[in-house]
Design a protein. Structure first.
Lengths: 361, 115, 140
């Protein structure tokens, strides 16, 4: 008689937010083997970027790779193409880009936290976090003009300037958000279903994280101090005294905690950036065509986002290679799922904050 | 940005990366593939942890239908990128199967298409 | 526990955070980016906006006899990126952006007819180029 049970989950499932399929081999309640299939929403963005769109338009195309981290993709692409064209970006534009990126991180992390709460059976907290997230969305709309697809970054600078009135709005709303996040953090720390239940579930040890080259909040929750904001100088993070957050637990609880502490860090970064906002132009003149190869990374809310660009002095690029954070963390996800209880699966998957539209592009 | 590119042959690549890769110092970013002049170029990209913008890229050139070595036992994440390149670029890595992104009756190696 | 009970009581009597949408208009931000407005008298017909628009929502067709351009704009393709507004030269400034979003419409230039416009935009320019060439040869 066969001793194991085969259970598929996905591609459409009530606990999954996006189309991904896992198939588990279970021994009683324990998972012993996992297979993942991620390519359900492949759209061929890489091909379109090199055949249909000119290099000035590609920034808007890659922004559509993902709805949640749209600005990360366009920032990463733009930084790469600016390096190929040798454009010096004005300091003010760099600061504005950083603020937009951090706002994006705040709203993405809040969304992830709300879903983890929902998967713990805590619908009320889900509603509450979504309500507080509305504050960031309003700030984003006031700053960039759109709620989700910002189209804020363009080659040479940014599209919209900041004025003192807007600065007041941002400071006001972020101050409010700081209080609310502090309350949410208290809940995640003290509430039984969110803290005790989530401890020692889906553990990833430091060695495992290094071995499967994990990235983003998941790696930092396992004690790996790896953050592209430390390792890249293209956005002025080091000028603002950025400190990365690491925790040792490696379980769902520490991943949530890393995200919560990063929210505070992001709010602090935005406020510091507003204090030291340099005056000047917001966009540089763009002339010429790109040439050469560029390797560029930006820290997305879920980890490291990588772009490889190759161009040879034409209107069209030769190659655009996109590596998105979730794609790199799928092997880690499989490791975390092995040996855990079947009932914990939705919580573990939600704690990885998977973004499958990014992954399959 | 400091990028060091090193050309290796397909036979040397395993030894070169085994000797070089220490996950605590270098972060394995991804495997990148290009198709130019009827030749595949595969790049293994690494970035140094804790150092600003330092890259190390191993690259190898091969004819379009060559059997490429799989490095999934050294870096488990490599399995994902190999599967992806198998679908999009028809780069024939060891032990990789088609069908991760594009259905089997879909386009054949879309990234080899030129304008 | 006390705090939770207090919060629950407070929430019982507070107004909902959502709005009563179809009966109440959703709030509009004055900084929001929306539709592109076009002022024909100012336009110098440089076609820079058509070249730069990522989704191809601005198209110009050319008349085969008078060589005049006609401006076509598809508000449902537009992504409100305002790349065209920035591309518009300082000597013209014919394009501007308002904060209205695209309304439901029965404009007959949408859907299949828009594809016809796209095709016509490409073909008419090539045709006019050739017509001009022939004229030049005739005059010389």
């Amino acid at each position: 008689m066969k001793k194991t049970i085969h259970i598929p989950i996905g591609s459409q499932h009530i606990s999954l937010l996006e189309p991904v399929r896992f198939s588990f081999e279970c021994e009683n309640e324990t998972i012993i083997k996992v297979e993942a299939d991620v390519g359900y929403v492949h759209r061929g963005v890489e091909l379109a970027c090199t055949t249909k769109f000119k290099f000035k338009q590609v920034g808007y195309v890659v922004a559509r790779v993902c709805g949640l981290c749209a600005i990360v993709h366009s920032t990463c692409y733009t930084l790469g193409i600016e390096e190929l064209m040798g454009i010096e970006v004005p300091k003010r534009a760099s600061y504005l880009r950083l603020i937009a990126n951090e706002l994006d991180r705040i709203h993405s992390h809040l969304l992830c936290l709300s879903h983890t709460a929902e998967n713990a059976g805590y619908e009320a907290l889900f509603m509450r976090i979504m309500k507080d997230r509305e504050l960031v969305m309003e700030v984003q709309e006031a700053m960039t003009g759109n709620r989700i697809q910002f189209d804020y970054v363009s080659i040479g600078g940014v599209n919209k300037d900041m004025n003192s009135e807007l600065e007041g709005v941002i400071r006001n709303k972020l101050g409010l958000l700081h209080q609310k996040v502090a309350e949410i953090k208290e809940l995640f720390d003290n509430n039984w279903s969110l803290s005790l239940k989530y401890k020692n579930v889906g553990v990833i040890t430091k060695e495992m994280a290094y071995r499967s080259s994990l990235l983003g909040p998941i790696a930092r929750a396992s004690g790996v101090n790896f953050d592209v904001r430390n390792d890249s100088d293209y956005l002025p993070y080091s000028e603002l005294g950025f400190k990365s957050i690491t925790m040792e637990g490696g379980d769902i609880h520490s991943r949530n905690m890393v995200r919560l502490f990063e929210l505070f860090e992001s709010i602090r970064l935005i406020e510091t950036a507003l204090d030291g906002m340099p005056e000047g132009e917001i966009a540089a003149k763009v002339r010429g065509t790109p040439e050469g190869e560029s390797y560029m990374r930006v820290e997305a809310p879920r980890g490291e986002c990588f772009y490889y660009l190759k161009a040879s002095k034409g209107q069209y690029l030769d190659r655009v290679r996109i590596k998105t954070p979730t794609f790199g963390s799928v092997p880690g996800m499989i490791e975390a799922l092995k040996g855990s209880n079947y009932a914990d699966v939705p919580a573990i998957i939600a704690s990885f904050d998977p973004c499958l539209s990014c992954t399959a592009r | 940005m400091k990028t060091t590119k090193e050309l290796v042959t397909l036979h040397e690549i395993r030894g070169a990366i085994e000797g070089f890769y220490d996950p605590q110092i270098w972060h394995f970013v991804c495997i990148n593939g290009l198709f130019e002049n009827d030749e595949l170029e595969i790049q293994w990209c690494f970035a140094k942890i804790g150092v600003k913008d330092e890259w190390k890229v191993f690259y190898a050139k091969a004819p379009g239908d060559a059997l490429l070595p799989s490095l999934a036992d050294i870096m488990p994440t490599a399995r994902m990128y190999e599967g992806e390149l198998r679908d999009l670029l028809d780069a024939n890595f060891e032990n990789s199967v088609k069908g991760m992104f594009i259905e089997l009756d879909g386009l054949e190696a879309p990234l080899r298409i030129k304008r | 526990m006390l705090k939770a009970a207090f919060n629950a009581l407070k929430n019982l009597f507070s107004t909902p955070a959502t709005i009563d949408y179809p009966f109440e208009k959703s709030p509009k931000n004055k900084e929001a980016r929306g539709l592109i407005l076009f002022e024909e008298p100012k336009c110098i017909w440089c076609l820079k906006c058509e070249d730069v628009c990522p989704p191809g929502a601005i198209r110009f067709t050319q008349d085969r006899e008078s060589f005049d351009y006609t401006y076509h704009y598809n508000p449902y393709l537009c992504i409100y990126c305002s790349e065209c507004v920035r591309a518009c030269p300082d000597s013209a400034v014919a394009l501007s952006q308002c904060n209205e979003l695209s309304p439901p419409t029965d404009d007959k230039n949408m859907n299949d007819n828009w594809f016809k416009i796209e095709k016509e935009a490409e073909e008419s320019k090539i045709a006019v180029k050739e017509l001009k060439k022939i004229k030049k040869e005739e005059s010389s």
